[in-house]
Design a protein around this ligand. Structure first.
Ligand SMILES: C[S@@+](CC[C@H](N)C(=O)[O-])C[C@H]1O[C@@H](n2cnc3c(N)ncnc32)[C@H](O)[C@@H]1O
Length: 211
């Protein structure tokens, strides 16, 4: 087993405030080429996201993981071993401009004021999904709902995983994708209607013959 798989397994199996969501982090990251993480602490969610093997991953924390005894150099090494270009930035998420990304994972200062600022500041650089952790534990749904209310043309709540401590997944609304889905649904419905009409006509014809 390679080192990344070991880290992933440990992150998923060791009880913590994020263990239950580690598979979800990997699943979404697998669909992305670029992933951004807000809030590293002692390096747990990092392994979930990294194991999705995006081409590029960038993490931010206002405190260095070494203050928790965690080794960020190990993330650089394991990322390189697995072909992921990784960077950690010691910075406040309220003072940075992130690279265009596909998935943004937010797990920093758990207040509604802070979360709404992060969402407003960074959402336009996120292509597909924003994940907000600890929504139940810290009652962060007011910020999420306020953001969705003011951006309902652009973002929707895809899923709220309500098991404690809670994880919300926001999805960018893709108008073209929606149109295509509606179009396909219409075709399918029309086909079904045509088949149903055909069958109905046959039944009526047979019934008339027998009369
Ligand atoms: C709950 S911990 C993150 C846990 C981490 N995701 C994990 O899986 O273990 C919150 C982290 O957010 C960081 N933080 C708080 N405010 C921040 C800010 N404005 N900018 C960047 N990081 C911040 C803290 O230093 C802390 O490490």
């Amino acid at each position: 087993m390679n080192r990344l798989e070991e880290k992933y397994n440990r992150a998923e199996r060791t009880p913590s405030d994020i263990d239950m969501f580690i598979p979800t982090l990997r699943q979404y990251s697998e669909a992305c080429e670029h992933v951004t993480e807000f809030g590293v602490r002692w390096i747990v969610s990092t392994w979930g996201l990294l194991s999705g093997l995006p081409k590029r991953m960038v993490s931010y924390d206002i405190n260095h993981p070494e203050v928790h005894g965690a080794n960020i150099n190990e993330v650089y090494e394991i990322a390189e071993e697995n072909g992921v270009k990784y960077d950690f930035h010691l910075a406040s998420t309220l003072e940075v401009e992130i690279e265009p990304t596909e998935l943004l994972f937010i797990d920093t200062d758990h207040t509604n004021e802070h979360l709404i600022k992060e969402l407003n500041l960074h959402h336009s650089r996120v292509r597909y999904w924003i994940m907000c952790h600890d929504t139940i534990a810290f009652n962060l749904m007011p910020a999420v709902n306020e953001f969705i209310e003011t951006h309902k043309e652009e973002w929707k709540i895809k899923e709220h995983m309500e098991i404690h401590p809670g994880l919300v997944i926001l999805e960018r609304i893709n108008k073209l994708k929606n149109k295509m889905e509606n179009f396909i649904e219409n075709i399918i419905e029309n086909k079904i209607t045509m088949v149903a009409r055909d069958k109905f006509d046959t039944v009526v014809r047979n019934f008339s013959k027998n009369e």
